[in-house]
Design a protein around this ligand. Structure first.
Ligand code: DSN
Length: 417
């Protein structure tokens, strides 16, 4: 971005923005939930929509002066409907957890029984973890992966559904690398009369880019997603639903139930990103993300790393580091010193607690946005392996960081000039 006013008006903030630009440009961003938005998305996010209060929905706002806001929010909604093939969309939820909260608040009563994937098998806090609001408010029963396979045990989902007769089944994840069997989830839910709710935050861009199948075509009732991961938009969320009755309840849950004024400048940035995702180039991007993740997985396997489930169908891999005797958190710290940003992750049936997990999660959406392809993944795997071989050696890490920086300079980051 070109900064015209900040350098003089607030040199302190400007310096920090430049510092963060350098960090993002010089390193390799492999946190699976992160990405780089386009300069057009950045511009829309910093527009004058920031100045407006617009509680309510299109055509029904509490304050005056929302005729243009109605148009931008309406545009975001129409683009989301077209991209995902859904009937109703709410674009006001501030991010993924608030979006999920709105769905529960709209469609459940406290104490209702819900099925969700365990956090340490790849699920999300908002899918019923006991320390989360969701786990404290609803009666979550958690399903997991089958044995050591790293693949969701659909027979267990069916068994738990028949036993507990949940009001809702949540299908979704934040650290899971295999295709979700949306069709079987729907069949199981239908057999016990449960509402189907999918959280596709991680893979929304892959679904939008037609690289993998999604839950809407499988007939799910409600689907939420953040907008800033593989979908590569401003940081917010979409709540998509199939029928009008549910959509009305969800709108009411978001506002006035949980939130006040929506962030219309962010909704403008989401509209721009959805427009980008509707273009054919986005489909090429989505497919390349997966090819890159699969190549990275193959390369790491060849170097003796243990990949949960043996590979990936999406944008991420979870590496079980127990055979390498490397703790996940310390390994991500070492990678960071070598210029590679990743997140520590539990592995299925992890013997260690979430704050000291046995694995790491690596993703390819951000590297793919920079134009990297399979050939570059070979090099990236080589650096990861070199860090693992001599993690305590600061000179080794500094030398890799230097190489990473020279390499990264060849791949521009959108929005950083
Ligand atoms: N923080 C996100 C992730 O990294 O998956 C989920 O909320």
């Amino acid at each position: 971005m070109d900064y015209k006013y900040l350098p003089d008006m607030d040199s302190e903030v400007f310096a920090l923005i430049k510092e963060e630009e350098n960090r993002q440009r010089n390193g390799l961003e492999m946190i699976a939930s992160e990405n780089y938005v386009s300069p057009a998305v950045l511009e829309a996010m910093s527009s004058v929509f920031q100045n407006k209060y617009s509680e309510g929905y299109c055509g029904k706002r509490y304050y005056a002066g929302n005729e243009v806001v109605d148009k931008i929010e309406g545009l975001a909604i129409e683009r989301a409907k077209k991209l995902f093939g859904c009937n109703f969309v709410n674009v006001q939820a501030l991010s993924g957890s608030p979006a999920n909260l709105a769905v529960y608040f709209a469609l459940l009563n406290p104490g209702d029984t819900v099925l969700g994937l365990k956090l340490n098998h790849g699920g999300h806090l908002s899918h019923g973890h006991p320390i989360n609001f969701t786990g404290k408010t609803y009666n979550f029963i958690q399903y997991g992966c089958k044995g050591e396979t790293g693949i969701v045990d659909m027979d267990e989902v069916e068994k738990l559904a028949k036993e507990h007769k949940p009001k809702m089944i949540v299908a979704g994840f934040s650290a899971y690398s295999r295709d979700f069997d949306w069709v079987r989830f729907k069949q199981i839910a239908d057999s016990v009369g449960a509402i189907t709710f999918a959280d596709i935050a991680h893979v929304a861009g892959l679904i939008a880019g037609k690289a993998i199948k999604g839950p809407i075509e499988a007939g799910f009732d409600v689907v939420t997603t953040t907008t800033h991961k593989t979908l590569r938009g401003a940081r917010g969320a979409l709540i998509m639903s199939k029928d009008e009755e549910a959509a009305k309840k969800i709108d009411k849950a978001v506002f006035p139930g949980l939130q006040g004024g929506p962030h219309e400048h962010i909704i403008a940035g989401i509209a721009v990103a959805l427009g980008e995702a509707l273009k054919p180039e986005f489909q090429t991007y989505a497919k390349q993300i997966i090819l890159n993740a699969q190549k990275l997985s193959d390369e790491l396997l060849a170097k003796g790393f243990n990949i949960v489930s043996g590979g990936t169908d999406n944008h991420l891999i979870v590496v079980d580091l127990r055979n390498k005797n490397l703790p996940g958190k310390e390994f991500t710290d070492a990678l960071d010193k070598a210029g590679i940003s990743a997140s520590a992750s539990t592995v299925p049936n992890d013997p260690n607690p979430p704050m000291k997990p046995s694995g790491i999660r690596l993703g390819t959406p951000a590297l793919t946005t920079r134009g990297m392809k399979e050939a570059e993944m070979i090099q990236v795997a080589e650096w990861i392996s070199r860090v693992a071989d001599d993690m305590e050696n600061l000179a080794n890490l500094a030398a890799i960081k230097q190489e990473v920086e020279t390499f990264a300079a060849k791949f521009p980051v959108p929005g950083i000039f």
